[in-house]
Design a binder for this molecule. Structure first.
Ligand code: BES
Ligand code: ZN
Ligand code: ZN
Length: 479
């Protein structure tokens, strides 16, 4: 897809609010009204295309009072699908100011919607012929530059979102610790990010016993990926830590086949870290960021860690392994502690497909957050609202903290029924943050879906790449 400013396309796209007037010829309008062909409902599309037609597409925006960036994205997703289905090669879209939303943001939401209609995961199937359309955005001359800047940015962010989707959709025999690390190195070095991959020996020297314990049951070697994007001198970095289980069979606490089949997605957190850093670096956002991923598989061989083992961690805290399937927090504990103890971070964000409990609590479309810092959490919340990714913060009470305390070890890696599993998992991680401002994002639900939803395709959504990108970008804005 290509976007330009102008109106040289062959097809005219006309937007309309529900039950409001729209700009087409009187004759066409009365025909449409008389036959009730279009009322302007959100995502409703009417087409009149072909050699003897007006070459017109009407696009419904929904009720005027309900307009939002996300509703624009969703309407334009429907438009994008229509353009593709009809193989439209060029079209014009008038960009107008919609109530409180400025031209630039409107154009960005339009472009984002259209781009999303064209995502396919086709690495393992015969590729369709690639569809492309020249989309002309018709905008006032004085808004032209701002809109062009916006298009470039949203194209780069969507590129990151698609990169994340691809990584998550790729199966575990294709993306495993080594290939994930190599992907990060190859992709990020192209945009000026310094990538270091620590091998098992080096991970051992760091005493990351919790991470290494999880990795023990797999024949594939663990890797610790450090991605440094540091455009500023003397600025503390924002540290992004992503869960990077390229497969989670559950270990000796093995999952049933039904719960295992989608566990190639258990590296979605790390995919979002790699991809958001890619977009940030490509856009040359002036903010120091370091990404950390402790990547391995949770499998079973003769060396696998056991339910009941007491293991150590980089921090030195001992952990009783109540359940080998609660492995994510073990890998994250060491990665978070590495960030806290070695990188003097401004703040830490971890992103993980961490708990089924989070899905029970919030449903499968919502990110569950735990945080030790209200101000930082608010920034994350703002970013998620702006990007249309759903986020809700869990409360933490004394009893949650009690639940993760052990008797014969400092900590327990799993807590019993009724303890609030999504919260106690977060509380477990908090122990390794060394009181740095921290937000934990549990993406077990929204990272991956059997069905399409919102502007997301079936399979991986790329959540929360957009939230992370904007969180980092706007971090300093109000300082
Ligand atoms: N990777 C899973 C969590 C998960 C579940 C992600 C469903 C995506 C969809 C995680 O490692 C896990 O197995 N968690 C256990 C923890 C329990 C044993 C305390 C869970 O949620 O059941
Ligand atoms: Zn697990
Ligand atoms: Zn897992």
């Amino acid at each position: 897809m290509e976007f330009k400013i102008g109106n040289n396309g062959l097809v005219n796209v006309v937007c309309a609010f529900e039950n409001e007037d729209f700009l087409v010829s009187e004759k066409t309008k009365s025909y449409i009204k008389e036959n009730e062909l279009f009322t302007g409902k959100r995502q409703e599309v009417f087409t009149s295309l072909g050699p003897f037609s007006e070459n017109l597409i009407l696009l419904g925006l929904g009720k005027r009072e309900e307009i939002s960036l996300e509703n624009i994205r969703r309407s334009f997703l429907a438009l994008g699908k229509t353009l593709k289905k009809n193989n439209v090669k060029s079209c014009n879209i008038k960009v107008e100011k919609i109530d409180h939303i400025c031209y630039k943001l409107t154009a960005m939401a339009m472009v984002e919607g259209i781009l999303n209609a064209n995502y396919v995961f086709d690495k393992f199937v015969k590729k369709e012929k690639e569809y492309s359309c020249m989309v002309y955005l018709d905008v006032l001359e004085e808004k032209k530059q701002r809109v062009l800047d916006g298009i470039k940015e949203i194209e780069t962010v969507v590129e990151g979102v698609f990169m994340c989707r691809d990584l998550v959709n790729r199966p575990a025999n294709d993306i495993y610790p080594e290939t994930l690390a190599n992907f990060a190195k190859e992709t990020l070095e192209k945009v000026g990010v310094d990538v270091e991959i620590l091998e098992k020996k080096q991970i051992e020297s760091l005493k990351m016993d919790a991470f290494l314990s999880v990795a023990k049951g797999s024949d594939l070697l663990p890797k610790f990926i450090i991605m440094k994007y540091l455009p500023n001198k003397d600025e503390k970095p924002i540290v992004l830590v992503g869960k990077g289980l390229t497969y989670d069979a559950g270990g000796l606490a093995i999952k049933p086949a039904s719960g295992m089949v989608d566990m190639k997605t258990d590296m979605a957190g790390s995919a979002s870290v790699i991809s958001s850093i890619y977009s940030l670096a490509k856009m040359k956002v002036k903010r120091n960021v370091i990404g950390l991923v402790a990547t391995c598989e949770n499998m079973i061989n003769g060396s696998a860690y056991r339910n009941g083992d007491i293991i150590s961690s980089m921090k030195g805290s001992s952990i009783e392994v109540i359940n080998t399937d609660a492995e994510g927090r073990l890998t994250l504990a060491d990665a978070i502690y590495y960030g806290a103890s070695k990188l003097n971070p401004e703040c830490i964000v971890d992103i993980a497909t961490l708990t089924g409990a989070c899905i029970y609590a919030l449903g499968s479309r919502v990110i569950g957050a735990v945080s030790n810092n209200d101000e930082m959490f608010e920034k994350m919340k703002e970013s998620s609202q702006y990007t249309g990714e759903y986020l809700w913060r869990f409360p933490v009470y004394e009893e949650h903290r009690e639940s993760v305390k052990g008797k014969i070890a400092d900590l327990l890696n799993a807590t019993g029924p009724g303890t609030g599993g999504a919260i106690t998992a977060g509380v477990f991680l908090e122990h390794f943050t060394e009181n740095y401002p921290w937000v934990h994002l549990d993406i077990a639900g929204p990272a991956y879906s059997k069905n399409t939803w919102g502007i997301n395709p079936e399979g991986a959504s790329g959540i929360p790449v957009k939230t992370l990108y904007n969180f980092v970008k706007k971090y300093n804005k109000n300082k």
